[in-house]
Design a protein around this ligand. Structure first.
Ligand code: HPA
Ligand code: ZN
Length: 334
């Protein structure tokens, strides 16, 4: 294991983290019991053994199934608090956290229930753990654009609690262009914009082109297939559009971690970052993701430091947080 101590102490920023993807089997059982939900598993081991996904669609089936235990505001609070407690120990200082309101409102759990629980955990984590965070609301791309628009409108009373919007779920057959109107309205409302372009998806380059040229996002989640199109690579370098790559997640939904692409893109000047995506399902929090890059990529400590600096640069954190973190990371280990 390379650079383990350096990685552990490095101040870190997480930009691609689905809070519902942090639901560990033990919490799943506790919430199931508290809410009287019957699970088709008897032990945590059985739950873990059921995680045999080989692509995005098979992962998403398990991910949505797991959410059935999340019913009350307290459940969302517990979910987020457990995540914050874990990553505070990994020296994570700032998180931009995705949440999927439609995955809950479509089950009869209200928008307010979800966001009030998450918000309470965010405030507590900032005060007691020193981890600050902001929420990024994701629309589910396999639902109709009209449902996304209705969700956008429903979010407006909570606008001060949400920094940006994203797009996730099953990308096949659901191109970014399906949500052009929704994202134009989100921009008008003052939200920052990002979208998933998952790895090795059909029409990947066309989807990446759409998010850059038509939707005009500030960053792209995953997006490493951009390496196949040098003109698009040049464009994102010039416009400082960063990528949130997730090496451990990649090993579950594609043929590799794509660490080689991360290095190649970094070499060309792209602002690449390392993130965990859905750590409870993919078996690795952010420290493990940095470790994966170090072990597989044979990179030096300056490269690891640059990954963390890139995350600060492309984050939507308040300027004071960005400046303080940048200084701390630059001085770390010197
Ligand atoms: N891609 C698409 N949808 C998702 C992901 C992802 O990485 N994680 C949770 N939902
Ligand atoms: Zn994701």
């Amino acid at each position: 294991m390379a650079h383990t101590d350096f990685i552990a102490g490095l101040p870190k920023v997480e930009l691609h983290l689905h809070i519902e993807g942090t639901l560990e089997p033990d919490l799943k059982f506790r919430l199931a019991q508290r809410n009287g939900v019957e699970l088709p598993y008897k032990t945590e081991e059985e739950v873990k053994n059921s995680y045999t996904f080989t692509d995005l669609a098979s992962f998403l089936a398990a991910y949505y199934d797991g959410m059935n235990v999340l019913l009350t505001s307290e459940d969302f609070y517990d979910l987020a608090m457990e995540y914050f407690r874990k990553v505070a120990k990994q020296n994570v200082r700032y998180v931009e956290m995705f949440f999927d309101p439609q995955a809950h409102t479509s089950r009869g759990v209200s928008f307010h229930t979800v966001i009030s629980g998450l918000r309470r955990a965010q405030l507590e984590a900032e005060q007691t753990l020193g981890v600050s965070s902001q929420l990024v609301m994701c629309f589910l791309r396999d639902f109709q654009a009209e449902f996304a628009m209705a969700t956008l409108l429903e979010s407006l009373p909570y606008k001060d609690w949400i920094v940006g919007v994203g797009l996730d779920s099953d990308e096949t057959g659901n191109p970014p262009a399906k949500f052009t109107t929704v994202f134009a309205r989100a921009r008008k409302e003052g939200y920052q914009l990002t979208m998933h372009c998952d790895v090795d998806i059909k029409n990947s380059i066309e989807h990446i082109r759409q998010v850059i040229e038509d939707i005009r996002v500030q960053r792209i989640d995953h997006g490493t297939n951009i390496v196949e199109n040098p003109a698009l690579v040049d464009y994102i370098v010039e416009n400082r559009i960063g990528l949130t790559s997730c090496p451990i997640s990649n090993t579950w939904v594609s043929d590799s971690s794509k660490v080689d692409l991360l290095k190649e893109l970094a070499g060309r000047g792209v602002l690449v970052t390392v993130n965990s995506d859905d750590p409870a399902y993919f078996g690795g929090y952010i420290q493990d993701c940095y470790q994966r890059v170090a072990d597989e990529g044979d990179v030096d400590e300056e490269f690891l430091r640059k990954l963390s600096l890139n995350a600060v640069d492309i984050s939507w954190a308040p300027l004071a947080i960005k400046n303080a973190l940048r200084e701390e990371i630059l001085e770390y280990g010197k």
